[in-house]
Design a binder for this molecule. Structure first.
Ligand code: HEC
Ligand code: HEC
Length: 342
């Protein structure tokens, strides 16, 4: 009697399990997706449905509590109820990283596009990469960051959680994050990953995806991945640029870079650095006088080199790689500073 009961329960359990699995991946539910439903799916989930390999940091579904805690750690440096220690005395992640999409079309993540889109939507113009879609990248601390951090970047090159940890300690000059904190930030990043609607797909491409969902389709995977970059490239620029006499700067662009970039950290009362800008002529004439000097106070030099960080000791200024501020934009900034110092 007892064994029969157990047997029946087991069969029942098995049936339920099989049914729920069938439900998850059955082609009928997926192919009956409306375009709107498809548009709101995360790119990661769609890739998995096409049998792409899961990334190391794969999270099937974000946990709402972890997302909230991750949000608080990123925006305030600690939980809102202050039950944990601040990650960094000097910074919060949002001092250097935006949380929104920074370009209109994700397949064109250039400094020019970032500036155009940034002016339109008044987005801070920052030296580090946005967290929006960071979950969808496959490599971190790319390119010239090796020159700055050396072998420290190696474990971060293919593992997002290691990249978060390196930045907590090195870039934000803080303490190592605990496992639950790392997990919370990862869940938060999962909540702001790319959605299908972010990819600027044509109606035909959307149909093509629908047609292949639930099957192994390397071609569809390739098409989707051609719509965004899997890395944030970084090239460090020359700190001693020479500006030819016929160079022309766009003062409007320079104003945006100054106000949404430099002032993001240097504005009076922000307390990120003791070197505060008043955005009045005093600051501008100071910066103008230093332009030609090869020192920390010369704008081209500081933009390209930043200041030196000794881990955990004090705040520092991160440099802008060419991908985050290109040469013309630096010239625009210099022209703006000159125009205001008169
Ligand atoms: C003072 C500036 C600063 C602060 C504060 C900061 N970061 Fe960063 N972070 C950087 C820079 C610069 C990079 C270099 C690579 C990039 O973003 O493109 C970086 C890179 C990263 C990367 C890898 C991005 C990539 O595409 O290579 C992650 C992940 C990251 N930071 C997480 C965090 C987290 C989490 C916090 C808050 C706990 C934080 N960062 C705080 C400046 C900062
Ligand atoms: C992410 C925050 C951040 C941004 C953005 C930023 N700075 Fe800084 N900056 C700092 C910090 C912090 C210091 C202080 C560094 C130190 O004490 O070593 C600093 C220092 C400086 C200095 C003095 C250098 C020195 O040796 O103390 C200059 C000049 C400067 N910044 C100019 C700029 C300009 C121009 C921009 C805009 C293109 C800019 N900063 C954008 C954080 C920032």
């Amino acid at each position: 009697m007892k064994t029969k009961f157990i047997l029946y329960s087991l069969v029942g359990l098995l049936a339920i399990t099989i049914l729920s699995f069938a439900n998850l991946s059955s082609k009928t539910t997926i192919s009956s997706l409306t375009n709107d439903e498809l548009a709101n799916l995360s790119v990661q989930e769609v890739l998995i449905e096409l049998k792409d390999e899961k990334p190391i940091h794969y999270i099937h579904k974000e946990n709402a509590d972890s997302v909230r805690m991750g949000y608080e750690l990123v925006h305030f440096g600690q939980l809102k109820n202050k039950s944990n220690k601040r990650i960094s005395k000097f910074f919060v992640c949002t001092d250097c990283h935006n949380q929104v999409k920074e370009v209109r079309n994700l397949s064109i993540e250039t400094a020019d596009e970032r500036l155009r889109y940034g002016i339109k939507h008044q987005i801070p113009f920052l030296p580090a990469s946005t967290f929006y879609g960071l979950y969808n990248k496959r490599h971190w601390y790319n390119g010239d960051y090796y020159k700055k951090y050396g072998d420290l970047v190696l474990p971060t090159r293919d593992t997002l959680i290691n990249a978060i940890q390196l930045c907590a300690v090195q870039c934000s000059q803080g303490r190592p994050m605990q496992t639950w904190e790392l997990r919370a930030v990862l869940h938060y990043l999962r909540s702001i990953d790319y959605k299908i609607k972010d990819l600027s797909l044509t109606p035909q491409e959307l149909e093509y995806i629908k047609l292949h969902l639930g099957t192994s389709s390397p071609k569809t995977i390739k098409m989707i991945k051609s719509k965004y970059a899997e890395t944030n490239p970084a090239t460090f620029g020359d700190p001693y640029i020479s500006i030819s006499d016929d160079a022309v700067g766009n003062i409007e662009n320079g104003k945006y870079i100054f106000e949404k970039g430099c002032l993001h950290c240097h504005q009076l009362g922000k307390n990120i650095t003791a070197f505060e800008f008043d955005a009045e002529s005093l600051t501008f004439s100071f910066l103008e006088k230093k332009l030609k000097k090869h020192s920390n106070y010369s704008v081209p030099y500081i933009v390209r080199k930043g200041t030196y960080a000794t881990s955990g000791k004090r705040q520092y200024m991160p440099q802008y790689p060419l991908e985050k501020m290109n040469k013309q934009q630096l010239i625009d900034l210099i022209f703006y500073i000159k125009s205001k110092s008169k």
